[in-house]
Design a protein around this ligand. Structure first.
Ligand code: SF4
Length: 350
């Protein structure tokens, strides 16, 4: 974790005797991969080990429905993501791990917030435009309302900090806007969540385009065996100038070299740089070293993952306990928001 905002806007709003809340969610669209691990999960583990933070990690299964209407796949993906969090080292006793759908109060808050969000702003959202372009046959209202549900995710546990990548600042800004509008209309209640900058590691995809992405089929998955990993790595795109073994290349434009910089030693990086630019090594030599380093890096994770997977029902147990804890916290938020909005008079006891 590189930096944490010290903006007093969020920290001054931490209630006496409570710790600042950190929240992060991930969609259940596929298996976790090296990009998730290097770019986010290791940071989450560090955060979750801090005694001065309260961490909430959730699987955004409701968000997943906007682009993946495959019930079986979502059912499979959710516990797998939880196992990934646990195998990476997040302790479910210290952090609250839950699914979005197991906290119906989040959806109630979504509705309350919908009344504070102009449709014009939703239509202008970059993520809506991008997803609508990617899924022209399925431009559903969920895609449009995504930022409002995300605001409910963030403000439900009254999060103070949200780890975000560069491409997610807009969503956080939406949540801050909604919190501001609520506070202006109904009195100060929600902290304005601040971004936590992550490591900044952006792992490129094996196809040489953009970053590794669950939906793009260009990943090295965290549970890949060494053989599976090699089958993906060996044909991965490199510098196109290296048409044959004799052609020199340029590591600075090669996605394989970029991945090396996250997992290899200085000595190995020099070896790649020298060998690549003089055609002293071939791309397969280069990839073999990378393959070994990634395998070593993930060995401990994979062992823990195997052990945890053997504990039948463990991920589900963690999620049930997480849901219980999350509902308590988020339920209190929603009841207070309803009170302030004048829609709680006949709620009865809860
Ligand atoms: S030798 Fe390595 S860095 Fe150079 S083009 Fe091949 S894979 Fe990329």
């Amino acid at each position: 974790m590189k930096t944490e905002s010290t903006n007093p806007e969020a920290s001054r709003e931490v209630e006496a005797g409570k710790k600042p809340v950190v929240l992060s969610g991930i969609r259940a669209t596929g298996r976790m991969h090296l990009g998730n691990y290097l770019g986010a999960m290791r940071d989450f583990v560090t955060l979750s080990e801090r005694d001065d933070r309260e961490c909430f990690f959730f699987v955004a299964d409701l968000h997943t429905l906007t682009t993946l209407p495959d019930a079986d796949q979502i059912r499979r993906n959710v516990p797998e993501i939880v196992l990934s969090y646990l195998a990476a080292g997040i302790d479910p006793e210290r952090s609250t791990i839950y699914t979005q759908s197991s906290v119906p109060e989040t959806s109630e808050l979504f509705w309350l917030f919908s009344n504070l969000m102009p449709v014009g702003e939703l239509l202008k959202s970059p993520s809506y435009k991008e997803k609508a372009q990617m899924h022209p046959d399925n431009i559903n209202a969920g895609l449009l309302n995504y930022p409002v549900l995300m605001a409910a995710d963030i403000l439900g546990p009254r999060a103070h900090f949200v780890p975000v990548g560069e491409d997610q600042y807009t969503h956080l800004e939406n949540a801050r806007d909604i919190a501001r509008r609520f506070n202006n209309r109904y009195g100060d209640f929600f902290p304005l969540p601040q971004p936590l900058q992550q490591s900044g590691i952006r792992v490129p995809g094996l196809d040489g385009t953009g970053k590794m992405g669950k939906s793009d089929g260009n990943t090295l998955d965290l549970v890949d065996t060494p053989d599976e990993m090699w089958k993906k790595l060996a044909p991965a795109v490199t510098d196109p100038a290296r048409k044959t073994r004799k052609d020199p290349g340029n590591p600075d434009i090669c996605n394989i070299y970029t991945i090396h910089t996250y997992v290899s030693t200085e000595e190995e990086l020099n070896w790649v740089r020298e060998g690549c630019t003089t055609a002293g090594i071939g791309c397969l030599d280069c990839k073999k070293t990378l393959h070994k380093n990634i395998s070593d890096l993930l060995a401990e994770y994979q062992e823990r993952h195997r052990d945890l997977s053997a504990r039948k029902g463990y991920a589900e147990e963690v999620l049930r306990e997480g849901a219980r804890r999350a509902r308590k916290v988020i339920g209190e938020t929603v009841r207070e928001a309803q009170d302030r909005m004048g829609v709680a008079a006949y709620r009865g006891s809860s």
